[in-house]
Design a protein around this ligand. Sequence first.
Ligand code: IPE
Ligand code: IPE
Ligand code: MG
Length: 251
Amino acid sequence: MSAEPARSATAESAPGAGGANVPRHVAIIMDGNGRWAEKRGLPRVAGHRKGVETAKDVVRAAGEHGIEVLTLYAFSSENWRRPASEIADLMNLLRRFIRTELGELADAGIRIKVIGDYQAFERDVVELIDGAIGRTKANAKGTLVVALNYGAQAEILAAAQQLAQESRDGAIDPASIEFTHIEERLGTHGLPPLDLLIRTSGEMRLSNFLLWQAAYAELYFTDTLWPDFDADALAVALADYAGRDRRYGGL
Ligand code: IPE
Ligand code: IPE
Ligand code: MG
């Protein structure tokens, strides 16, 4: 077993493409759509709709800052607990987002990646997602990771199950299992380590998002509801990040 606390904590002093102290990998828990709508006497779906507009603006702004990877939490494995009508609204927004935005993202050189068990979605949504991934897989200007039916505990559990199976098959010696063996079996394999995790709407919890990957991420919480978050709000979060001292347990 390696004595290193986490491999992902070693490589990230490299600055992002945008310059010193720009995080290479930013993840966002896009929360507060429902409350944004309720405050205006609108149905929750109106908040989700505005939230999609915010996501488009933030993807664009992240690219301008030189952020290499932006990971957006769009649907958690716990969001199935919502009313069927809201889930249907979210799926329709996802369909529309892919149909209307894929061309622009593809032309901008963005690679789309998905983490989470999106195969559980309806067939046509799965096909749209697979199409988006396939069409953009050779792009290299930046990566947009969308977390869909994602849960971090299930992601880690699946890695553990794979390793257990490989051990039983004799492909790996349990005594030689390292942090890297787990990381290689997570959905985020191959991406730069998570530098900054943002959550909007004032909630201070991770809600089963990137539990492994956040081991040494900087956390940033804002009361701003996701539909009100914008390029300026992202710039504020990045400025806050730039002033942080990441010590990784050292001095
Ligand atoms: C986040 O906004 C979007 C999703 C979870 C899909 P919410 O829908 O959770 O909004 P609030 O938290 O109810 O305000
Ligand atoms: C987290 O938000 C999931 C997404 C933003 C997709 P939730 O609104 O589902 O989280 P909880 O229920 O407040 O923890
Ligand atoms: Mg919420």
